[in-house]
Design a protein around this ligand. Structure first.
Ligand SMILES: [Zn+2]
Length: 244
């Protein structure tokens, strides 16, 4: 998976030197325009791009069920922690991922934001998991699953336990416990929600939420802080909502 991550980085125009650099940007309050291009001109697309993420999914302009299947189950990875970052980089995840509209997206990593970045009818949920995927030729596809407060989530329990042991800690968990049983998604073309805000990302956001306990949500909020980018204009983009 290292090779794939590097190939993805190269596709996105991020040099390995840039990957090793200190993080030079931060999330804001989730509402105010971040203006990341003022931090670094390499982030210009964040402020001038017309296909940016996240968006409010409450005003779709089409309805239909996207042909989507997932190949998840139990997967292993390593904790990748940093400022405003709780992530699991998957290891040996060959064959795991999602097939959307006939295209296979291979599972690369999962990370979290508190609160959710996308909104539905103006509502943001307290936590979101972004499962990041890439095709063999480097196109990105993300599956976003929002969490609401409820029962303890088994997958999150494993991740939080590994989180407590720090960066690089191995972790194994069942992704299917973190995805709705009946998976229907909003679908649109957007961007990375962090610099350099590269576009061409195939966004899939589950229209139903899964549960996490108040303690789990609080633990991730404590580790991440406010980590939702401000909502971006939908513009003239096609946003497909699931059929009822
Ligand atoms: Zn994300």
């Amino acid at each position: 998976m290292r090779k794939l991550a590097l190939a993805t980085a190269l596709t996105l125009g991020i040099s390995t030197a840039a990957l090793a650099q200190e993080k030079d940007w931060n999330f804001g309050d989730g509402v105010t325009d971040e203006r990341w291009s003022l931090q670094n001109i390499d982030y210009a697309l964040c402020d001038v791009g017309l296909n940016q993420s996240p968006i409010d999914l409450g005003t779709p302009n089409a309805r239909g069920n996207v042909e989507l299947s997932t190949m998840f189950g139990t997967v292993s990875g390593e904790m990748a922690l940093g400022e405003e970052k709780v992530q699991v980089d998957f290891v040996d995840a060959d064959g795991k991922g999602m097939k959307s509209g006939g295209t296979m997206f291979n599972l690369v990593q999962v990370h979290f934001h508190t609160p959710s970045e996308h909104a539905i009818d103006g509502k943001r949920f307290p936590l979101v998991a972004h499962f990041v995927h890439a095709t063999d030729d480097g196109r990105l596809g993300v599956l976003g699953v929002m969490f609401e407060e409820g029962r303890t989530n088994p997958g999150l329990s494993n991740i939080l336990e590994a989180h407590a042991s720090g960066d690089g800690t191995p972790v194994t968990f069942d992704i299917d416990t973190m995805v709705p049983d009946d998976l229907d998604v909003y679908r649109y073309m957007g961007s990375l929600t962090t610099p350099p805000c590269s576009e061409g990302v195939n966004w899939h956001v589950a229209d139903t939420q899964v549960e996490a306990s108040a303690q789990q949500i609080a633990a991730l909020r404590g580790a991440l802080g406010p980590t939702a980018r401000s909502l971006q204009p939908q513009g003239s983009r096609l946003v497909v909502a699931p059929s009822d």
